[in-house]
Write a protein that binds this ligand. Structure first.
Ligand SMILES: Nc1ncnc2c1ncn2[C@@H]1O[C@H](COP(=O)(O)OP(=O)(O)OP(=O)(O)O)[C@@H](O)[C@H]1O
Ligand SMILES: [Mg+2]
Length: 300
């Protein structure tokens, strides 16, 4: 029986990288492994992607951490931006959240050099722009700023040339911080937990993205909807995924992340799952997600 992660895709026969098989993946399309991305000869400018869903606990932070680590494993230079005052991304990568300069300091003083706050993680090629609870004051402080929606964009512009990809882990809200993330981004990935009510509120999120496209960032696009915490053994998980595919068709990423306790375990250890348990199906699933995004052109 399929347990989790990559194994949700069907049998091993379909799991060869790049090969297309007659086995259907969980989203109903033929299962593909996606080719290993070719090495890059030079780095940057970054494509910036926001991981966004105002619903809490859907896998935004877990996806940011593990997608960032997977892209770094494929030789991409990656900056992971913690844009949630909870600081879960920062902690999840084993970086201290207290008494360090954070993204909040850069938002308040846009003349400040972002390198003051960026910290290398233990994963080669993956840097982190940390956050902590200070960021919860940002919405209040920034509300009277001129061009308050474009502050993060202006901060990230200064370092974009150094990275191939910048991933922004949004907080579970559609407030000013999230609007800043969307304004700074070229693309959005929407993680959706395969549980009932997964689609509740997504219309409002899409509406927010449309408004940002209309008024602030004409080029922003939906890079994909990512099904997370999928359990192929439960009927309701399969039904929810079916409904998500009905709603978003080919915008649903073919890679689906299975439900497994390895994720909470990895977060506690302060490591991405690709370091904590590299052979685990869940680590393999995020590596495949990285390959799929390169194949789709969302990442160089
Ligand atoms: N595929 C998965 N299987 C099992 N547990 C998972 C999975 N992905 C994430 N989790 C766990 O679910 C919880 C919520 O995940 P995560 O923090 O990534 O969500 P989030 O959308 O960032 O939440 P928030 O909205 O609070 O920022 C965490 O405890 C995480 O370890
Ligand atoms: Mg989070």
């Amino acid at each position: 029986m399929a347990k989790s992660g990559e194994s949700v895709a069907g049998s091993k026969r379909g799991a060869t990288a790049g090969a297309e098989s007659d086995i259907l993946g969980p989203t109903g399309r033929p299962y593909r492994g996606f080719d290993t991305p070719r090495p890059l000869s030079s780095h940057g400018p970054a494509r910036i992607i926001a991981l966004c869903n105002q619903k809490g606990g859907v896998g935004k932070t877990t996806t940011t951490i593990n997608l960032a680590a997977s892209l770094a494993e494929y030789g991409r230079t990656v900056l992971a931006v913690d844009f949630d005052p909870q600081g879960a991304l920062t902690a999840g990568l084993g970086i201290p959240t207290h008494d360090v300069p954070t993204v909040y300091d850069l938002l308040l003083d846009t003349k400040r050099d972002p390198h003051d706050a960026i910290i290398p993680s233990a994963v080669p090629g993956l840097d982190v722009l940390p956050a902590n609870i200070d960021l919860s004051a940002a919405e209040v402080h920034l509300v009277n700023e001129v061009a308050r929606e474009t502050i993060l964009a202006r901060v990230l512009r200064k370092v974009a040339a150094e990275y191939d990809v910048i991933l922004i882990d949004c907080q579970p809200s559609l407030g000013l911080l999230t609007v800043n993330a969307l304004t700074a981004s070229h693309g959005v990935i929407i993680p959706l937990e395969c549980e009932y009510f997964a689609l509740r509120g997504v219309a409002l999120l899409i509406e927010t993205i449309d408004k940002v496209r209309d008024r602030l960032n004409p080029d922003i696009r939906l890079d994909g909807v990512l099904a997370t915490m999928y359990d192929p053994r439960t009927l309701h998980s399969r039904e929810v995924l079916e409904r998500v595919v009905e709603a978003f068709s080919d915008d649903v990423l073919e890679t689906v992340i299975g439900r497994t306790v390895k994720f909470p375990d990895a977060s506690v250890s302060g490591m991405p799952i690709t370091t904590f348990a590299p052979e685990h199906a869940a680590a393999q699933a995020y590596l495949r997600l990285a390959r799929e995004l390169v194949a789709r052109g969302a990442v160089a």
